[in-house]
Design a protein around this ligand. Structure first.
Ligand code: SAH
Length: 215
């Protein structure tokens, strides 16, 4: 597989970073990560010319690669600190995972579509990207073996907040999750004590659904 990052791609990426700034992304580390990760590697081959449009696109298994603004916005909400242990639900194309890997080496990621899981696992290998674990399974359950986490990011729309994910947060840890049926409200939960969570709301987004084992 040819993994090209041409001068043209680099130029388009700089434009994308400027666009995200103009849309309100102000975290230097997040902007730097977006400026470093070649999004074309995560796109469907037939759509490669659109890699630096600020839009979501179809990938295999009827899923989507998230819009760069959404990836940057969710990553910014996580407020990642050095070497945070982070769980991502919904590996998808692996683009968001690659952004997280720019910010921490301790990334765990779960995908429930087996074909997509296998494809992205191969892609990570060929790109030399090394999440701690990439798992085929149901992210609604979280990852009990490796819990607790400093940060948990859900990249699919949840009908409700999975209790397991709240339970698997460290005290001080944060869960960023879009919640809703047709459209989703972006929520951030911070665990301030064993049984106490602070909930904040950050506007409407649209995601593919977070599916459980029954659908
Ligand atoms: N971060 C991805 C977003 C992909 S879309 C990217 O930027 O490409 C959301 C992904 O969540 C899809 O790949 C979908 O298959 C996956 N997903 C849906 N329900 C899930 C579940 N219960 N557990 C794990 N992954 C799930």
């Amino acid at each position: 597989m040819i993994m090209e990052d041409s001068i043209k791609h680099q130029g388009l990426r700089r434009h994308l970073v400027e666009l995200l700034k103009s849309k309100g992304i102000d975290s230097k580390s997040v902007l730097k990560a977006v400026g470093s990760v070649p999004r074309q590697h995560f796109m469907d081959h037939s759509l490669i010319n659109f890699s630096y449009e600020d839009q979501a696109y179809p990938i295999s298994s009827n899923q989507t690669i998230s819009q760069p603004f959404t990836v940057a916005f969710q990553t910014q909400l996580l407020e990642i600190e050095t070497d945070n242990k982070i769980l991502e639900i919904g590996t998808g194309s692996g683009y968001q995972t690659a952004i997280l890997l720019e910010l921490s080496s301790q990334i765990y990621t779960i995908e429930r579509q087996q074909k997509l899981f296998k494809k992205t696992q191969r892609l990570f290998k060929s790109l030399g990207l090394r999440p701690k674990k990439i798992i085929f399974g149901d992210g609604i359950l979280g990852l009990a073996d490796d819990a607790p986490f400093d940060r948990i990011l859900v990249t699919a729309g949840a009908s409700q907040v999975p209790k397991n994910l709240l339970d698997q947060l460290k005290i001080g840890g944060k869960l960023v999750i879009p919640v809703g049926l047709k459209e989703q409200e972006m929520l951030r939960f911070t665990r301030i004590a064993e049984k106490e969570f602070n909930k904040e709301s950050f506007g409407k987004f649209r995601f593919v659904p977070l599916l459980n084992d029954k659908n």
